[in-house]
Each structure stands twice: as structure tokens, then as C-alpha cells.
Design a protein around this ligand. Structure first.
Ligand code: GLN
Length: 195
């Protein structure tokens, strides 16, 4: 796999096209991932926003859950946005019965912490590691990062200090949706993590 990296987008459910659009704007080759065979063809993975309990169930139905867990453990760079962050968190609060995440991020994440769809909002974030213009973020029934363990670092916060972005090695988890506001810097950060 010489040359530019190929980024997979987990395409079981959620806003797959928006991530494709951002990545294609960065001239990156993308592949929709539903099965292990597709996962094996990519250098990094995006887990989109959507509904984490559905992504969880479908990942088992498509037998891609264990391969993704293995890939995370083996160091594959992964960007999870919103439901994707929930899938990356080691601990999920307010999950539905039996809901599991892939894990990997040493963080506690609470589902739907910002209320319902009608409570969606946009905000400017504190994200000192992201250079350039302030990050403006869209929150749509997003999860809150309640705490970050010693293996992970805070990447983004609301003005009031609530944590909405976390990073651990090659894993990036965001409570918000950079892909719907055309914010490409977190996708670039994912690409930078590809070895
Ligand atoms: N509330 C959704 C969940 O629990 C996440 C919302 C989103 O991804 N926009 O998965």
C-alpha cells in the first residue's frame, strides 16, 4: 500500500457521505468498510456519527466488531465523531441494554448528554492543539466526555471546560461533527497519525 493512505469509513449506519466528502476534499482515497475484508485494505478508519447502539448491533451482524477491536489494539489510527466517539470509549454511560463499544479510548462518555435533537447547537471550542482559526463545532445529540483517564489527553473543550474531544495515540474521539461544518483539521490529524 505505497503512496497516499487509504481511509476507511465504517459504513454500517450514520453520516458516511459527509466524511467521504471531507476526505475527498483532502485528496484522500476512501473505502466504505462493512466487513473485515474491507478493513484489511485501509490504513485508517473513520467511525461516523449516527446511532451508536445501531452501529454496535450491525458491527456484530457484519462480523466486523472483533476485527475493528484488533485493528485498534494494533494501532490503526481511528477518528470517531459523535456516535463514533461512543464506539471508541472504554466506558459508556447511559448505553441501552447490552450495548457495547469497541473501546480503546481511556475515557468515560455519556450518551445524549446534551439533550435531544431539538437541543442541537453550535459552539466555538478551546482546542489549543488545532492551529489556525477557532474550531466551530456542531453538536447533535452528542455525547459528553465525562472524564479522561491517564492514557488519554483532552483535545477540545467547550468554553465552560466540558470536554468534547479526546486523543490517545492514534485515536481521536469528538463529541461533535466536524464533517458537517467542513472542518477538515481533525481528518488531517488522523492522516498525520498514519505511520
Ligand atoms: N445519540 C447518538 C448515539 O447515542 C449519537 C448522536 C450522533 O451521532 N449525532 O449514538
Amino acid at each position: 500500500m505505497a503512496g497516499s493512505p487509504r481511509v476507511g469509513i465504517l459504513a454500517l449506519q450514520g453520516d458516511v457521505r459527509e466524511h467521504e466528502h471531507v476526505l475527498q476534499g483532502l485528496d484522500v482515497d476512501t473505502l466504505r468498510v462493512r466487513r473485515a475484508g474491507e478493513l484489511a485494505q485501509v490504513d485508517a478508519l473513520v467511525i461516523p456519527g449516527g446511532e451508536s447502539s445501531v452501529i454496535d448491533k450491525l458491527s456484530r451482524a457484519f462480523e466486523v466488531r472483533e476485527p475493528i477491536r484488533d485493528a485498534i489494539r494494533d494501532g490503526m489510527p481511528v477518528l470517531g465523531t459523535c456516535a463514533g466517539l461512543i464506539m471508541l470509549a472504554d466506558t459508556v454511560v447511559d448505553a441501552i441494554d447490552g450495548q457495547q463499544s469497541f473501546g480503546g479510548l481511556d475515557a468515560v462518555v455519556r450518551r445524549n448528554a446534551f439533550g435531544r435533537q431539538v437541543d442541537s447547537f453550535e459552539a466555538e471550542l478551546r482546542a489549543p492543539a488545532i492551529s489556525g482559526a477557532p474550531v466551530r463545532a456542531a453538536f447533535i445529540r452528542g455525547p459528553l466526555i465525562e472524564s479522561v483517564g491517564p492514557r488519554a489527553d483532552v483535545l477540545a473543550q467547550l468554553e465552560d471546560g466540558r470536554i468534547v474531544g479526546v486523543e490517545q495515540g492514534a485515536l481521536i474521539g469528538l463529541s461533535f461533527h466536524p464533517e458537517i461544518s467542513g472542518e477538515a483539521r481533525f481528518h488531517r490529524r488522523l492522516l498525520a497519525a498514519v505511520g
